[in-house]
Design a protein around this ligand. Structure first.
Ligand SMILES: *Cc1c(COP(=O)(O)O)cnc(C)c1O
Length: 363
C-alpha cells in the first residue's frame, strides 16, 4: 500500500502504563497511577448520577449538535452557542484544527517541549513544523515564536499552562504576543489545566476570543472534571472560526453519555473548587520535598509537577514502577533527566514521595 510518507516517521501515542499491566508485570496488588494528570478525586457525584440515568436508546446516534451540553456551556462561559465547538476530547479539536489548516505547503509553530499532539497532527497533514525551545524557566519563548512566523504559517500553538512543565504565560506577555500575530494565523491556546490555575496575572482567555478574531481556546472535561473516560473537550472562538472548522468535524464526534455527564458535571462547581484547593495542598507536599532534597522543579499551575532528578528519567520511572507508582519519565517528554508526576491525594503523594526518598537514599 502507498501509505502517506509522513506516517512512516510516526509512532502511535505512548500512553502512561495502565494499572492492570503493571499489576501483572510486577505482581503488585495496589498501583497508584500518577502518569496522565487524571483527577485523583474522580468526578462529581452529579456526574455519577447522570451516568445512572438511561440515555434514550443506545441504537440512536448522539446529538451531533450536543444541544444540551452546548446550551449549558454557553451559559456557563457566557458565550453564544455559535462560539463553541465540541470534541471527542480536546485532542479531537486539535486534530480538527490541524486538518482544517495544515497541508504540505503550510507550516505551524509550537513550543518544545509541549503537548505532543500538535506535532503529531502537523506531521500527518504533511505541514512543516517550527519547534521553538522553551526558555530556561519553562516559559514559552514568545519572541522567538513571533520571529518564526513567515508567509506559510497557518497555526501557532500555545499551551498554557504548559504540559509537561506546568508553567503558564503571563497576561501581559500573551496580550503583547496576540497583538503582533497577523490576523490570518490561528492562535490555539490550549488550556487543558485552566481550572487549576491560581496565578494572579493569568488572563481571561474566553474574553480574549472576542477581541482577537484569530484566537481559539481549548478546554476539556478530562482533567479537573475527572471525565477522561468519556472524551469531551471544547473550543471557544468567534463564530467565523467555528463555522470554518465545523466541516472538518465528524458529525457525531461527542458520544451520548459524554454529553449527558459533562452537562451534569458543569453544575457542580463546588467539586471543582475543592479539587483545585486539594491540588494546591498536594503541590505543596511536592514543593516541600523538593526543597528538602535540593531538587529543581518548575512551579506548577496544574495538577502535575516536573522534577529534575539530574539522572536518567527512565531510572526514576523504573524504580517507582516496581514500587507500584506509575509516573511519566521525562525522557519521552523532552526532559531526559526529569519525571512528570501527577499530584494525587494526600496519601498518594506521601506514598510516592516516600518511594522517591528511598530511591535517592539508595543511590
Ligand atoms: C490532557 C491534555 C489534552 C487532551 O485532553 P482530552 O480532552 O482528554 O483530549 C490536551 N492538551 C493538553 C495540554 C493536555 O495535557
Amino acid at each position: 500500500m502507498r501509505w502517506k510518507e509522513q506516517l512512516l516517521s510516526l509512532t502511535p501515542y505512548q500512553p502512561g502504563k495502565s494499572i492492570d499491566s503493571v499489576k501483572k508485570q510486577f505482581n503488585l496488588d495496589k498501583i497508584i497511577k500518577l502518569a496522565s494528570n487524571e483527577n485523583p478525586f474522580g468526578c462529581s457525584p452529579l456526574a455519577h448520577e447522570a451516568l445512572q440515568t438511561n440515555p434514550n436508546s443506545l441504537a440512536i446516534y448522539p446529538d451531533g449538535y450536543a444541544t444540551r451540553l452546548r446550551e449549558k456551556l454557553a451559559a456557563f462561559l457566557q458565550v453564544r452557542e455559535n462560539e463553541l465547538i465540541l470534541g471527542n476530547g480536546s485532542d479531537n479539536i486539535i486534530q480538527i484544527i490541524s486538518r482544517a489548516l495544515l497541508h504540505p505547503g503550510a507550516n505551524t509553530i509550537m513550543a518544545t517541549p509541549s503537548f505532543s499532539q500538535y506535532r503529531h497532527n502537523a506531521i500527518i497533514e504533511g505541514a512543516k513544523l517550527k519547534e521553538i525551545s522553551l526558555l530556561a524557566n519553562g516559559e514559552h519563548d514568545l519572541e522567538a515564536m513571533l520571529a518564526a512566523i513567515d508567509e506559510q504559517t497557518n497555526i501557532i500553538w500555545l499551551c498554557s499552562p504548559n504540559n509537561p512543565t506546568g508553567t503558564y504565560i503571563q497576561k501581559q506577555k500573551l496580550l503583547g504576543f496576540l497583538a503582533q500575530v497577523p490576523d490570518h494565523i490561528l492562535v490555539v491556546l490550549d488550556e487543558a489545566y485552566f481550572e487549576y490555575v491560581v496565578a494572579e496575572d493569568y488572563y481571561q482567555s474566553v474574553e480574549l476570543t472576542r477581541k482577537y478574531q484569530n484566537l481559539i481556546v481549548l478546554r476539556t472535561f478530562s482533567k479537573i472534571y475527572g471525565l477522561a473516560a468519556l472524551r469531551v473537550g471544547y473550543g471557544v472562538a468567534n463564530p467565523q472560526i467555528i463555522k470554518a472548522l465545523e466541516p472538518a468535524r465528524e458529525p457525531f464526534n461527542v458520544n451520548t453519555l459524554g454529553q449527558m455527564v459533562a452537562a451534569a458535571a458543569l453544575d457542580d462547581q463546588e467539586f471543582i473548587t475543592t479539587c483545585k484547593e486539594k491540588n494546591r495542598q498536594g503541590l505543596q507536599q511536592f514543593y516541600d520535598f523538593c526543597e528538602q532534597h535540593s531538587l529543581n522543579y518548575y512551579p506548577s499551575q496544574t495538577n502535575f509537577i516536573l522534577i529534575d532528578f539530574k539522572i536518567d528519567g527512565d531510572e526514576v520511572f523504573q524504580y517507582l514502577l516496581e514500587k507500584g507508582y506509575i509516573v511519566r519519565s521525562g525522557k519521552a517528554l523532552g526532559f531526559p533527566t526529569g519525571a512528570r508526576i501527577t499530584v494525587g491525594s494526600y496519601e498518594e503523594n506521601e506514598g510516592v514521595l516516600g518511594a522517591i526518598k528511598e530511591f535517592l537514599a539508595n543511590r
